[in-house]
Design a protein around this ligand. Structure first.
Ligand SMILES: Cc1cc2nc3c(=O)[nH]c(=O)nc-3n(C[C@H](O)[C@H](O)[C@H](O)COP(=O)(O)O)c2cc1C
Length: 425
């Protein structure tokens, strides 16, 4: 069994830790900000984050330091730092836990990131349903202001910074960084064509960095311990730790933070207590529902960016969904297809039209009203969405369909042949 290495959940797991500013400071919190503001230049902060190799935990896995480095140094415009707390990917529940139980770690990372790119006003864009988390963050911001970590001339450094919590209205696409920016600006959350990328032209036409809550929460550790110490954890192109949120048919669902590279098999069987009721494992989605599903015989894979790509999937958000032998894969796909059809923002025709079509075809197969040609038609519709939309919502809806149909085709065929769902006896 791998050693347990924790960074972002290191405080949360301690007995009696409340997430208050006093508790956070007792654990060494807000020392990184002191070091950054009083001893470092913005470029040095960016270099340290580059050295850490930390890649985005929101889904796309882009290196954080490189992204920060894209912000033009000579732009006369204000810069914005946006903390993506939309957490809309089904099967993902890690950011919520960080914001609830250790909000100051998230704030400290955000202030440091803002200093690095020269930003005086930053936002936490939080999904509308996270009402309580928004309140917790607002309280934490007030505590940080009172303690002098936010406001004017922070710690006498001359750096001014304010953080605002902006509540979304619960749209999946508003988690996409440019949809988020549009929504923050008060418009309909329709993603933008890129380029220009947000680092050049983002919120209010100004250079903007968007990072995920978990990515940001790693920053205090990187500053306190050095980028090299972070890079020494995990695997070569997947440095540090990752929160794996395990749900579904396991004995001990929940959040588990481990160094990158732990295997999916170990996560499920050693840590999450194995499949419940001693049932057989059928399938696992390794990174939130958008990421291609794996068959039971594919789980001896390391949970890092590159290893999962080698088996045809992605780390995504690290939301692991475990399905046992009682699950009908057509019904499971129908559940996902309903979600994507509902969440398409409607801007791009392939997604707006394709997602409901896929839902209808899966529905026909599940309820015994389809022919074998419908299975190929379903796959074909997915192929015609992928790569043809402004944002990656197209891939998010198409990849699950392609993977379910490819890896569990025999179940789809069985539905057609029987004229009903074999699991609804
Ligand atoms: C449809 C869609 C929904 C997304 N939802 C989220 C989300 O809820 N939270 C998040 O951090 N990133 C989400 N992303 C990814 C963001 O666009 C972006 O890559 C991320 O916030 C960047 O932060 P990171 O580099 O720290 O991961 C979504 C992307 C797409 C295409």
């Amino acid at each position: 069994m791998a050693d347990i290495q924790r960074i972002v959940m290191a405080n949360i797991v301690k007995d009696g830790y409340t997430g208050s500013i006093d508790d956070y400071r007792k654990e060494g919190g807000y020392t990184a900000i002191r070091k950054v503001l009083l001893e470092m230049k913005p470029d040095e902060v960016i270099e340290e984050v580059k050295t850490s190799g930390v890649r985005g935990r929101g889904g796309a896995g882009f290196p954080m330091g490189i992204k920060w480095g894209f912000v033009p140094k000579d732009s006369p415009k204000p810069r914005y730092f946006l903390n993506n707390a939309d957490e809309g990917e089904p099967g993902t529940f890690k950011d919520r836990a960080l914001m609830t139980h250790d909000p100051h770690m998230v704030l400290e990372g955000q202030i440091i990131g803002s200093f690095a790119i020269g930003c005086n006003v930053s936002y936490i864009y939080i999904r509308g349903e996270f009402y309580h988390e928004a309140k917790i963050l607002e309280r934490a911001i007030k505590e940080a202001e009172d303690a002098g970590f936010l406001g004017d001339n922070i710690l006498g450094s001359g750096f001014n910074h304010r953080i605002y919590v902006h509540r979304g209205a619960g749209s999946y696409v508003c988690g996409e960084e440019t949809g988020l920016i549009e929504s923050l600006e008060g418009k309909r959350g329709w993603p933008r064509n890129k380029p220009p990328f947000p680092a050049i032209e983002g919120a209010f036409g100004c250079p903007t960095i968007v990072n995920n809550v978990e990515t940001i929460a790693n920053v205090p550790f990187i500053i306190n311990n050095g980028g090299a110490a972070f890079a020494a954890i995990g695997v070569e192109k997947g440095t540090g730790t990752k929160i794996y949120g395990i749900s579904g048919h396991v004995n001990k669902p929940g959040l588990y933070e481990f160094q990158m590279g732990i295997t999916l098999k170990e996560l499920i069987y050693e840590h999450a207590g194995g499949v419940r009721d001693d049932k057989k494992l059928k399938a696992v989605i390794p990174g939130g529902v958008s990421m291609p599903v794996l068959r039971a015989d594919e789980i001896d894979v390391q949970m890092d960016f590159d290893s999962l790509v080698k088996v045809g999937s992605h780390l995504g958000s690290g939301g692991v969904i475990v399905m046992d032998e009682t699950v009908c894969m057509v019904d499971a796909l129908l559940n996902l297809s309903v979600f994507y059809a509902h969440e398409s923002c409607g801007q791009c025709t392939p997604c707006r039209e394709g997602m409901p079509w896929m839902k209808m075809i899966v529905d026909r197969i599940e309820h015994g009203n389809a022919s074998e040609e419908d299975i190929d038609l379903l796959y074909d519709v997915a192929c015609n969405i992928e790569g043809r939309t402004i944002c990656a919502m197209g891939e998010a809806g198409a990849w699950p369909v392609k993977a379910f149909v490819t890896k569990f085709r025999e179940e789809f065929v069985e539905h057609v042949k029987l004229g009903r769902c074999p699991y609804n006896k």
